[in-house]
Design a protein around this ligand. Structure first.
Ligand code: COA
Length: 261
């Protein structure tokens, strides 16, 4: 991953920190950022030591201030579809990533930035964060999944109002509607992100993966099918060493030592 120019990937123990870094453009998403996110997540997927990912933006002003409007201004009908599909596929890769992905939003999270955060499994924000879908003010619609995901996260009424008005909301409003689960001072954002993922990564890694699989697959299907699928995953885990370790550790009053097997 040494060729990355617009994002960086660093490590903190078993957590990877993916930072969108185009500070001069408020970390706006252009085609190169999408290509590099795809490379980064593909590489991370094959890294056995990885336990979780934090996605963030460089600097204190923006998480990501949307798709790169300079690039969007050049699109025609066909390239518009292609642009939207490419972004959607990258964000779908993030959403279906087998390990927890947390968005640490430390500033503007607008348009595609809000959509990137929505594709992550957990979202937290700094006090100066602002969220919004300003696309309608540019004469376009959100094209990287927000018209679908936002309503699933905050409910139909709030999602429709945000997408139709294009107005920004502050971090406290985002917290109140469930768009984020924690709001902290800017200088505590990354520590809180690591702390939350630390609470996840102490658990059985296969169980964590199966929770994500069951919840996200379940969103796309009927209650009946989703609960049948949940039972299969529940049963599948019973055959793992981790289940024996987790239960034995409880009975022996010690911390489990999960191996991910
Ligand atoms: N695409 C391309 N460039 C962007 C951008 C975007 N989405 N968002 C910000 N930038 C650029 C600005 O054009 C400016 O570049 P310049 O210095 O070459 O002129 C630079 O980032 C700094 O932005 P600026 O607007 O000067 O900062 P600000 O603090 O006054 O305002 C925002 C910050 C985020 C409120 C404002 O930049 C904004 O509204 N951005 C667009 C948000 C948007 O509509 N996103 C959805 C796109 S579909």
């Amino acid at each position: 991953m040494s060729d990355l120019q617009n994002i960086s990937v660093s490590w903190d123990g078993d957590l990877a920190i993916v930072t969108v870094d185009r500070q001069e453009k408020m970390n706006a998403l252009n085609a190169e950022v999408f290509a590099e996110l795809a490379i980064a997540f593909d590489s991370l997927r094959h890294d056995d030591k990885l336990r979780g990912v934090i996605v963030t933006g460089a600097g204190n002003k923006a998480f990501v201030a949307g798709a790169d409007i300079g690039e969007l201004a050049k699109m025609d009908a066909l390239s518009g579809v292609e642009t939207s599909r490419t972004g959607q596929q990258v964000f779908r890769t993030i959403e279906r990533f087998p390990k927890p992905v947390l968005a640490a939003v430390g500033g503007y999270s607008l348009g595609g930035g809000c959509e990137l955060a929505l594709a992550c499994h957990i979202r937290i924000a700094s006090e100066n964060a602002r969220f919004g879908l300003p696309e309608v003010g540019l004469g376009i619609i959100p094209g990287y999944g927000a018209t679908v995901r936002l309503a699933r996260v905050v409910g139909l009424g709030r999602a429709v109002e945000m997408a139709l008005t294009g107005e920004m909301i502050d971090a406290e409003a985002a917290l109140a509607m469930g768009l984020v689960t924690h709001v902290v001072p800017r200088d505590e954002l990354m520590d809180r992100a690591k702390g939350i993922l630390g609470k996840v990564t102490k658990n059985g890694p296969l169980a964590v993966q199966m929770v994500l699989e069951s919840i996200y697959r379940g969103m796309d299907t009927s209650l009946e099918e989703a609960t049948v699928f949940e039972s299969k995953l529940f049963g599948l885990l019973a055959s793992t060493e981790d289940v024996k370790e987790g239960m034995t550790a409880f009975l022996e009053k010690r911390k489990p030592d999960f191996k991910g097997r």
